[in-house]
Ligand binder design. Structure first.
Ligand SMILES: [Zn+2]
Length: 238
């Protein structure tokens, strides 16, 4: 029975180690996922801005076409005016020309403003693209590091699993099943020390007779409250 107790203690410490490795592995995965999400969001934002820029550029080109058209109308009107001799007609044409000139200059000013805004937007996008590229490089570096760490973790987990198999060989099936049941039900702790008459798993005071049996370590005992396997742990170690 002494060997069973020792094997159970070892099994528990192996399971503690495995749990630590699995936790680290999960943290790595969560971290990678988070970074990928950030990058994805930044990319979406950029795509959105690029399509807005395209739209603005299209609008600008259209207006630019209109402006050119107005300029041609203005030139035509000018040459037509040269051939007009009647005062009344001349005055009407003069008015039309004035209107055309005014519209032309207003549109030209607006287009310049629009062009300035487009340039600013382009600069902003370029800045963001640069930032994204930097972040991408950082993420790739981090991915490589976590990839190494992950491979190392998997090797460590494999090694410890084989140690676990050899410990399993020292315990009978019924005991292993009981261990697994308690482990699952009691937060990954199936084997705990008993010190000063108390179960260190749930802190309950053990019946004195039971504590004596645990101290003797001739039989396998478990806590009546939390069902964890008990082993004697001298007070100075606690
Ligand atoms: Zn207990």
């Amino acid at each position: 029975m002494k060997d069973s107790i020792e094997a159970l203690i070892e099994l528990q410490s192996i399971d503690d180690e495995i749990r630590g490795f699995l936790l680290t592995r999960e943290e790595l995965a969560v971290n990678q996922k988070r970074l990928a999400e950030i990058l994805g969001r930044m990319n979406d934002e950029l795509d959105d801005k690029r399509s807005k820029l395209d739209e603005a550029q299209r609008f600008y080109n259209e207006r630019q076409g209109d402006l050119q058209h107005d300029g041609e109308r203005l030139t035509k009107a000018k040459s037509k005016m040269a051939g007009v001799t009647r005062t009344k007609e001349y005055a009407a044409m003069q008015r039309e020309m004035d209107n055309l000139r005014k519209k032309y200059s207003e549109d030209e000013t607006e287009l310049k403003r629009l062009n300035g805004a487009i340039d600013e937007y382009k600069t902003a996008i370029a800045g963001q693209e640069e930032k994204l590229a930097e972040l991408q490089a950082e993420v790739r570096k981090e991915e490589a590091t976590s990839g190494d760490r992950l491979a190392e973790l998997n090797r460590e987990i494999d090694a410890i699993e084989s140690r676990k198999t050899s410990v399993h060989g020292r315990l009978d099936d019924g005991l292993l099943r009981r261990y697994a049941r308690v482990l699952a039900r009691r937060d990954g702790k199936a084997v705990v020390g008993a010190t000063g008459g108390k179960c260190l798993g749930c802190s309950m005071k053990l019946p004195p007779q039971l504590f004596i049996l645990v101290q003797r370590a001739e039989t396998l005992q478990s806590c009546p409250n939390c069902q964890r396997f008990l082993y004697f742990k001298p007070a100075e170690e606690a």
